[in-house]
Ligand binder design. Structure first.
Ligand code: MRU
Length: 358
């Protein structure tokens, strides 16, 4: 049988070649092309250019990336090793600001180094520990997304219409995705969902990635422009919205792809439950509210020319291009984590989830 996009790993480690292997998501859906990344600059560029993107996938790539870079450090002296490790870590961390999984994965790897050093490990042993941890980050991601899928599936019924924004699918994680996990599990169990994928201007993750991966999985998916969600909700075609997230503040305010807060506002207007699917690695307990989340600003060309055969906006026009927006906690019906569903007010319910993590 011919391979589909679902047969490829979004992110993988090739130990033999000391390479981080990713699907180049900027080429999808036209071409499935794998990139083999070796240097810090290559990994940084791949994250910045969205060749690998989506919060969990960025975390997995950062884990493998920092392991490979640490492994390439040519010193047995811990102080020298750690100095170079921290330089690489800081560099990778600067590639994108909003998805907390990037710094979360890098800090987790840093803790491995510090713990192993305190326990008396050599640099060679520390490298091996880093390898194990990076693999664990990816394996956990798969299990976490599946658990999110089970909790999410319990919120909907067979035959429901489900709307999603951007790509919080397999291509944004390792398997199942977050917002797509209930959809994939429902598909396995014959739920017959009708999925609406927002195209997601300006980088079209919904059209290029979500529609592509769901169609490849045989899901009944319909692509809509971002400005159509109000109409289909008013028509009663959507029974639930599932979206992913890049950073959830401690009060439940949630940063996700630009346009998400519009979908949440419209869903509230039409009484459609709006769920954020959030692995706990995406909850930033140190960020009190959405106002404290740094929103990535990207190049104007993404709005004025990218994906068009020729430039479609006047030269020199002012462009505002934030990659994410923040959905207010009170617009969110539930935050679906691997430990269960948190409900408003999130300041308390997220703390209950946090206790389950211990
Ligand atoms: O700019 P991107 O494509 O990295 O943005 C991705 C999103 O906003 C996703 O919804 C989010 O990272 C969750 S992915 C499970």
């Amino acid at each position: 049988m011919e391979k589909t996009i679902l047969d490829y790993d979004t992110v993988a480690l090739d130990d033999a070649d000391n390479a981080l292997v990713i699907i180049d998501q900027t080429k999808l859906p036209e071409k499935i092309e794998l990139l083999r990344l070796h240097t810090a600059q290559e990994i940084w560029d791949a994250i910045y250019l969205l060749q690998v993107r989506g919060a969990p996938a960025i975390g997995v790539a950062a884990g493998y990336g920092i392991y490979l870079l640490a492994n390439s450090i040519d010193s047995e002296d811990f102080d020298e090793f750690y100095k170079q490790f921290c330089t690489y870590k800081q560099y990778l961390d600067s590639s994108r600001p909003t998805a907390v999984n990037l710094s979360w994965a890098l800090n987790r790897m840093d803790q491995v180094v510090c713990r192993a050093h305190e326990a008396g490990s050599t640099v060679a042993q520390i490298k091996e520990e880093l390898r194990r941890e990076s693999i664990a980050i990816q394996e956990e991601d798969i299990a976490i997304c599946r658990a999110i899928g089970e909790h999410g599936l319990a919120l909907v019924k067979p035959g429901d219409g489900i709307l999603t924004h951007c790509n919080a699918g397999k291509l944004a994680a390792s398997r199942y995705g977050t917002a797509t996990a209930p959809i994939y599990l429902g598909q396995e169990r014959g739920y017959g969902f009708h999925v609406y994928a927002d195209e997601t201007r300006p980088l079209l993750q919904g059209a290029r990635l979500t529609a592509f991966e769901l169609q490849s999985a045989g899901v009944d998916v319909t692509l809509i422009c971002d400005n159509m969600s109000g109409m289909i909700m008013k028509q009663g075609k959507v029974q639930a919205v599932f979206v992913g997230c890049d950073r959830v503040a401690a009060n439940g305010d949630t940063a996700n792809k630009i346009g998400t807060s519009v979908v949440a506002t419209v869903a509230k207007r039409y009484g459609v439950p709006f769920y954020v699917c959030a692995p706990t690695s995406t909850i930033d307990w140190s960020t009190p509210t959405g106002d404290d989340i740094v929103i990535e600003q990207r190049k104007p060309e993404e709005v004025t020319e990218m994906w068009y055969a020729s430039r479609m906006a006047p030269e020199g026009v002012k462009v505002f291009n934030p990659a994410f927006d923040v959905t207010d906690a009170e617009l969110i019906t539930g935050i679906v984590t691997e430990y269960g569903v948190a409900r408003y007010p999130y300041t308390e319910s997220l703390q209950e989830i946090r206790q389950k993590m211990q």
